[in-house]
Structures are given as C-alpha cells and as structure tokens.
Design a protein. Structure first.
Length: 200
C-alpha cells in the first residue's frame, strides 16, 4: 500500500514537471538578476565605476521630494565629479530634473561631457534625454527604466532613452547601460508611490 505522503510527493513532482512555470507561482527575477540594456562599448573598469556611483546617485535622490538623483562619472578616473537631485518642488521650475540640474552644474564647472557618464537613478525622461544628447555625454547609465516607473504609477512620457537617441542627429548616440543597481533604485519608486497611495 502506498502511503498518503508518498502519493502527495509523486503528485507534486509530476505537477512540477508538466505545469507551466506561472501556474507554479514563479516569481519575477530580482532587480539585480535582470538582464541589462546595453549599447556601446563599456570597459569593465568603467562599468564597475558606474555601479559604485549608483549608490551616490541614490543618496542624492533620497534628499528630494521626487526621488530622482544623478551623478557624473569621469570615464578616465571613474571618479564621481558632480551630483544633483530633482528640485522641481522647491523652485516651481518643471525643468529642474536631476539630470538637467547635473548638466547645469557641469556647464558651470566647464566639464567636457564627452568624457563623462551621466549615472541616474531612473532612465532619463524625454526632456532629460534631449538635454543629455545636446550635451554630448559619453554615456548614460540608469537604474529603473521608464517602463518600470510607469508600472509603479509614476507619471512619465512613455519613450525610452534608446528610442529618443535613435532619432538624434545631434551627435553619436551615447553608450547606454540600463538596470544598473536596480535593486537600489526600484525601491525608491515603489515606496514613493505606495506612500502616495498609488496616485502621484
């Protein structure tokens, strides 16, 4: 006679073998395991520098009501040379996104953006993407994608940086690296929308 426990184990093994994964409650991969959006040539040391810089951008984001932060990384040294956050709520100026504020700082300091990477907690919006393209930054690295921001309930223009860069005739499109330390950036936006009751 087969014990009830043995029958149950046999049933579960059989179900696992034939059932589609969603039926078994498969989970989405964690943010750190998601494949990165990548274009251009990213030397390993620069990619490492960008990963190290993202927590600094997150620190800038945490200082803002709208949790967006950005830093500038020197492609030669890998050092963070400037940082900024979203200040639209303080100034009433809708253009004061973290990336635009960062580009303004870089201009004030006379930095050549062609040897710098803009590292931002979220994929640049259409306005910021245009500004980055006009500034001719070497590269852009972001944490949370526009698509994911929208899924969290953040108001966005539904265009990816890659889509906008593809239409640019300003200069050679920058190298792009997406989903960089999204394990740090995704929670910024999930918490923000949860605190706002899902409406922002």
């Amino acid at each position: 006679m087969i014990s009830p426990n043995a029958s149950r184990r046999h049933f579960l093994r059989t179900a696992a073998a034939v059932a589609p994964l969603p039926a078994l409650g498969a989970f989405a991969p964690p943010a750190s395991a998601r494949p990165r959006h990548r274009s251009g040539d990213w030397p390993a040391d620069l990619e490492d520098a960008v990963e190290r810089a993202m927590p600094v951008a997150v620190d800038w984001a945490r200082q803002a009501r709208w949790p967006f932060g950005a830093v500038l990384v020197d492609t030669g040294s890998g050092a963070v040379v400037a940082g900024a956050r979203n200040t639209t709520d303080l100034s009433g100026d809708a253009t004061e996104h973290a990336e635009v504020n960062l580009l303004r700082k870089a201009a004030e300091e006379g930095l050549d953006l062609s040897s710098h990477v803009v590292v931002t907690t979220a994929e640049p919006c259409a306005m910021c993407a245009g500004a980055i393209l006009w500034a001719k930054a070497w590269g852009v690295a972001y944490g949370t994608s526009v698509a994911r921001l929208i899924s969290y309930g953040m108001p966005q223009i539904d265009l990816s940086f890659a889509d906008i860069a593809r239409h640019s005739r300003v200069a050679e499109p920058p190298a792009v690296l997406g989903d960089v330390r999204a394990d740090l950036t995704d929670p910024l936006y999930r918490r923000f929308t949860a605190a706002a009751g899902g409406t922002v």
